[in-house]
Every structure is written in C-alpha cells, then in structure tokens.
Design a protein around this ligand. Structure first.
Ligand code: AMP
Length: 210
C-alpha cells in the first residue's frame, strides 16, 4: 500500500482534468478515479446513491461529503487502483481532503489552471460519450457530428453544462476547493500547470513535471 502512487488533478470545472486524467491512465497504467463519472453512472443506473445525488448535481452544487467519500474509498480499494491512482474531481472540500489523507498518501497535486474567461465556452461546447470519451464542438470535434469516434455511441451534453450551472459550479470551486489547494500547497506537493492550449500541449506540460 505504501508504494502505490497517488496523484490528484485539481482545477475548476472545464479545466481539462478528465481529458488529462484519461491520458495519464493510459500512459501510467494507474486507475483514473472520477467521482463525477462514478456519480453520473449511479444516476444513470438509478441506484440509491444516484437518486440521492441527482438533485445536487442538477443544481450545479456539490453532493454531500459522506456520500462522495464512501464512493471514493470504495474505488481506491479496487484492484485496478493497486499500482497507482489519479483522482479527478476529488477532493473538492476540506472534509474530503482530510478523509483522503487519512486513508492514503498523495505524492503530487497538479493544479490545472485555466482563466475563468475561457471556461464557459469550454464547458458549454463539451459533448460526452456514454463510455466516457469527451469532445468539444469547436476544439476537438468527433469525425462525425454527434457520434463518438471510438464507440459509435450518440454523444450527449451534460445537464449541468449550461451557462447558469457553470457559474454556480465556479462559485463552489472558489468557496470549497480553493482551500483544498492551499492545504496541499502547505505540504509542498502542488505543481501549477497551465491548462490553456490543446490537450497534447497540456499533456506534455504535465508529463514534464511528473
Ligand atoms: P464533475 O464531472 O467532476 O464535474 O462532477 C459533476 C458533478 O458531480 C459535480 O458538479 C458535483 O455535483 C458532483 N461531484 C463530483 N465530484 C464531487 C465531489 N468530490 N464532491 C461533491 N460533489 C461532487
């Protein structure tokens, strides 16, 4: 347990955490754990957790810590995460960071920085494949409009990827997640990475600091 590697990708909604975490997963063979993806899967499955989480997610708010922490600890215990893990979208609050630090050790926190002025366009143009692949209508469109290149599934837009929800989510980021970044800065493990540019450029910057 002591030898496994733990990485956190932290940043505002739309900063590219999911895109970069998927690439890191492919390159490093570590588990990509996105609490947002896990929660969306729970909502889609209609599980008890999904039913409880849906309202908070639809409002652009945060799902209560207790629910998310349980979900995360379960994912960390899976065999896929034995070698290492990349956290995407967790921790988002101080209690989540405290629960995480009590359970595992974190080697590095990548703080993916994108100016808020770019975020709305990034998020409202985002399109998702049910299998988790992510596109942007302008910056990284699929080969055939509305269809996932990899799986052929129909793309959809997240219900919280609208301008008013984006504002709400950014406000939550400022209020709840900024202090989490400061927590890890005080431990000396945060590296700021410029998240502006195409995904290959951003990935190269991340790879350079790992
Ligand atoms: P994401 O895909 O990371 O943007 O997450 C989508 C939504 O799921 C968020 O807007 C929250 O409502 C919820 N969510 C995901 N991760 C967390 C978390 N760590 N804490 C609380 N809510 C979360």
């Amino acid at each position: 347990m002591g030898e496994r590697k733990g990485l956190i990708l932290i940043g505002a909604p739309g900063s590219g955490k999911g895109t970069q975490a998927k690439r890191l997963q492919e390159q490093l063979g570590w588990a990509h754990i996105s609490t947002g993806d896990l929660l969306r899967a729970a909502v889609a499955a209609g599980s008890e957790l999904g039913v409880r989480a849906k309202g908070f997610m639809d409002a652009g708010g945060l799902v209560p810590d207790a629910l998310v922490i349980d979900l995360l600890l379960e994912a960390l215990a899976a065999p896929a995460a034995a070698k290492g893990f990349i956290l995407d979208g967790f921790p988002r609050t101080m209690p989540q960071a405290e629960a995480l630090d009590a359970a595992v050790s974190i080697d590095k926190v990548i703080d993916l920085q994108v100016p808020f002025s770019l975020i709305e366009e990034r998020i409202t143009g985002r399109r998702m494949s049910p299998s988790g692949h992510v596109y942007h209508v302008k910056y990284s469109p699929p080969k055939v409009e509305g269809i996932c290149d990899v799986t052929g599934e129909a793309l959809y837009q997240r219900s919280d990827d609208t301008p008013d929800k984006v504002r709400e989510r950014l406000a939550k980021f400022e209020a709840e997640t900024r202090p989490v970044i400061a927590r890890y800065q005080s431990k000396g493990i945060v590296v700021a990475v410029d998240g502006v540019g195409d995904p290959d450029e951003v990935y190269a910057r991340i790879a350079a600091v790992l």
